[in-house]
Design a protein around this ligand. Sequence first.
Ligand code: GAR
Length: 221
Amino acid sequence: MKKLVILISGRGSNMEAIVRACSREGWPAQVAAVIASRPDAAGLAFAASHEIPTAVVDHREFSDRESFDTALIHAIDAFEPDLVVLAGFMRILTPGFTDRYAGRMLNVHPSLLPSFAGLKTHQQALDAGVRLHGASVHFVTSQLDHGPIVVQSAVPVLAGDDAAALAERVLATEHIIYPRAVRWFVEGRLALDGPRVTLTPPEPQWLFADINSNKIAGEGV
Ligand code: GAR
């Protein structure tokens, strides 16, 4: 049984999707804890209501990134996780932190990386005039919002979209690809080969939103 620790900063809808998929699909895994960087993170209530241990490492109580990351490591390692899952965890992490969990920490980022790292990714996509946007699940490295990509989802940018509409379309795909990526990890199917992630046995590591049926379809077929 693999142990997961999920880190959140706010709403926690990706965490929720992972918790639900883990129990619905009977993964060989258990969500050992949900840890938030803020005491008011809404996702903490969902975790507690599912009898998942929760903890808060409040970033405002630390004067620098190093001391925050040291406290966070302490909180995470108490649960001895096999995988650390960043799910809307809005903190820049120090290299000491990312090195410690190298090859066993995933993140979801709301853009088709390597485009649009950082914040306000949906507005960045609109400003750049791209016609396809999406989300990426990747292994975390010391480079912010970069690292070997496990799976990506693509959605169209439609006339009249604003950042909120685009965010909603992308988020619906995050809730599919992130649980899938975590499941692949706990099943021991992911291998890192330099910048590439291989999945054995192979499955599509991408997903396209089918805007005509307003459903998620494609999946590389
Ligand atoms: C998600 O869209 C996630 O991709 C993004 O924050 C949102 C969190 O939503 N993460 C980042 O921007 C990280 N760079 P959630 O709390 O409902 O999962």
